[in-house]
Design a protein. Structure first.
Length: 336
């Protein structure tokens, strides 16, 4: 293909030079990983995870992490990195991703960011609020308070002290409510105040953004089929093992927010037949995929929209070749 020339220039660029990256984004089950692998093989790329659940190591099937074969074919970074109880903020991910981008460039490889977590990508490309690290003791107290009161009651308390942030959050969203509370307790300022402060990207990165935007019908069918495939390849066993590994943990644990986890856990507890749990998980996945698609269409700047060729979310060779040429032109324009 001849695209290594721009990467050669990137290696020799002075400190602070802008680093070009390729972003492949889109809703869950839309074929991002498959397309990324094809392009990485042809473009001498390194695939860097941009999915908030795939950073965790205990649920590779349920979080649809690339297969062992795929990860052996080209370098994959930031997959299966953290324990399920290790919270990963967008700012933390952006710093890790930037480090991997620099490594890829030094190795004369094309950094290809792949994932469906828009806030991660936004943090890397546009910057993030300068929120100080939360005191670990405050975090533990917040978790205990959330477990004691439940999300709705903690949301009510947050409303009394930080109405602006509380108004942005659903009372049924324990993770974000806890985050707002711990920031308020640890820093003395509201999350809304911190988010209003000037942002700055963690490093000099520019991106060619490719967003997979399938039809709603095809996307929903892919979501349903993939969850069935996950069950056939061990997702239920994974959930059971994760719960044994983290006794006493609940859905507020960072890694336990994976799509389908709550429903399969309910089945394991005897509260839902497997078929009902499956249908509920599929519905939750479809709803999440819809929200992702809307976000990417409106929030990822100057993105090129792509459509897979079938319900299986595969791309034809002509589509891959066209995308490869877009990447080549982008690298030639922005390298050196």
């Amino acid at each position: 293909m001849g695209e290594t020339a721009p990467i050669d220039k990137m290696k020799d660029a002075p400190s602070g030079a802008v680093l070009p990256v390729v972003v492949i984004a889109g809703p869950t089950a839309s074929g991002k990983s498959g397309l990324a692998l094809e392009l990485a093989l042809e473009c001498h790329g390194t695939i860097i995870n941009a999915d908030s659940m795939q950073v965790y190591r205990d649920l590779p099937v349920l979080t649809a992490q690339p297969s062992v074969a795929a990860q052996g074919a080209v370098p994959h970074r930031l997959y299966g990195l953290l324990a399920l109880d290790d919270a990963c903020t967008a700012a933390r991910w952006a710093q890790m991703a930037l480090a991997e981008i620099k490594v890829a460039v030094a190795e004369r490889r094309v950094p290809i960011l792949v994932g469906g977590t828009g806030l991660y990508l936004k943090a890397l490309l546009e910057g993030f609020a300068p929120i100080p690290d939360v005191d670990p003791a405050v975090r533990e107290k917040t978790r205990a308070l959330l477990a004691e009161l439940g999300p709705a009651a903690l949301h009510a308390r947050l409303q009394e002290r930080d109405s602006e942030t509380a108004a942005r959050l659903r009372p049924s969203d324990p993770q974000r409510i806890a985050r707002a509370w711990e920031v308020l307790e640890s820093t003395g300022r509201s999350l809304a105040w911190w988010q209003a402060q000037p942002t700055s990207p963690p490093g000099p990165v520019c991106a060619l953004s490719l967003v997979i935007d399938p039809s709603r019908q095809d996307l929903y069918a892919a979501c349903d089929a993939r969850f069935r495939a996950m069950l056939e390849t061990g997702a239920l066993t994974e959930v059971a093992a994760a719960r044994r590994r983290y006794p006493g943990a609940d859905e507020n644990l960072a890694g336990f927010r994976a799509l389908g986890f709550r429903e399969l856990a309910a089945h394991l507890d005897g509260n839902l037949p497997l078929e009902e749990a499956t249908l509920a998980a599929q519905q939750a996945t479809r709803q999440y995929a819809k929200r992702q698609g809307t976000w990417f269409r409106h929030q990822l700047r100057d993105a090129i929209l792509l459509s897979a060729d079938a319900v299986a979310m595969k791309f034809s060779q002509s589509s891959v070749a066209e995308t490869r040429h877009k990447i080549r032109d982008f690298l030639l324009t922005h390298s050196g």
